[in-house]
Design a protein around this ligand. Structure first.
Ligand code: GDP
Length: 297
């Protein structure tokens, strides 16, 4: 059994918000994330080649931190939600100002609303001569989404992910919105969190990108993630910098699991290696039995 520690008010500390960026294809999600990441490299960080991993943290010049989930399309977000993982605190929805509110924009809005997380709109590509941010805001208003300029409560910011115009203001609005959520976690306990993605790397074995949501993960911890377990042998960020520990709202890639867990799997840390392994084995067994049963029917 997995016993979760019930935190007292005194044990809780403010944590960084976890953000997902969504929007219609080509409206500028990747460009926005790239711009934010390049502008907010933590001082003294080695400038290694940035590998694409599903999540990473940035530290703004103000010192404030934000964790971004960088999921291709909406699949991972939906997959995680389908598995009951509540990972995102806030969603940025990118809409290109030279286009319209599109089917995937509407889908992103529905996902955020279904998850009950606040939305901040980034009206992108305002550097383009044919950009018409007001048209986008009007289209949103017909969907009952009133942004602040239109007398509503939903935050929006005109930006250019290409020139960077408005991006700092966007992040300020995101942080303001996050502050109202009063996000807290207990950093002083065994880590608990969610798997973002995992793969088998030829040279390094199974690499799992996870998001620590509560507690602190340390090298040497025994972990159970979905059907897999193992001792955390190494941890690193998306730039390949080694890390010794990772607290709440920290995305981190780890080595040491005996397989690749699925996106949305929860992970837990155990004092005892055997217990983690036993539960992992039991879960694999149960799944095998289940698949045999489904094949029979
Ligand atoms: P994604 O599919 O939502 O990730 O969109 P991308 O970030 O790949 O952007 C799609 C295209 O729009 C690329 O050619 C970008 O260079 C371009 N683009 C993105 N943001 C801007 C912007 O603010 N201004 C201009 N002019 N082009 C942009």
């Amino acid at each position: 059994s997995i016993e979760e520690h019930i935190d007292t008010e005194a044990e809780l500390e403010t944590r960084a918000p976890i953000i997902t960026v969504m929007g219609h294809v080509d409206h500028g999600k990747t460009s926005l994330l790239d711009y934010i990441r390049e502008e907010n490299v933590i001082a003294g960080e080695s400038g290694g080649i940035t590998q694409h991993i599903g999540a990473y943290g940035v530290q703004l010049k103000s010192g404030q931190k934000i964790a971004f989930l960088d999921t291709p399309g909406h699949e991972a977000f939906t997959a995680m939600r389908a598995r009951g993982a509540q990972v995102t605190d806030l969603v940025i929805i990118v809409v290109a100002a030279d286009d319209d509110v599109m089917p995937q924009t509407k889908e992103a809005i529905s996902h955020a609303q279904a998850a009950g997380v606040p939305i901040v709109f980034a009206i992108n590509k305002i550097d383009k001569p044919n950009a018409n941010p007001d048209k986008i805001k009007e289209q949103l208003s017909t969907m009952n989404l009133l942004v602040e300029d239109w007398g509503g409560k939903i935050q929006s910011q005109d930006i250019s992910a290409k020139t960077g115009q408005g991006v700092d203001e966007l992040l300020e609005k995101v942080l303001l919105e996050a502050e109202m959520l009063d996000l807290k976690a207990n950093p002083n306990k065994n880590a608990v969190g969610t798997v973002v993605e995992a793969l088998l790397d030829k040279g390094r074995g199974y690499v799992s990108t996870i998001l620590v949501q509560e507690g602190t993960l340390k090298i040497g911890d025994y972990m159970l993630a979905g059907k897999h377990s193992g001792k955390v042998k190494a941890m690193f960020d998306e730039r390949g910098n080694n890390m010794q520990e990772a607290g709440p709202s920290t995305p981190v890639s780890i080595l040491g699991l005996d397989g690749a867990p699925q996106a949305g799997d929860r992970f837990h840390v155990f004092e005892d290696e055997k217990e983690a392994k036993q539960i992992a084995t039991k879960r694999s067994q149960l799944q095998r039995e289940q698949s045999v049963r489904t094949q029979r029917h």
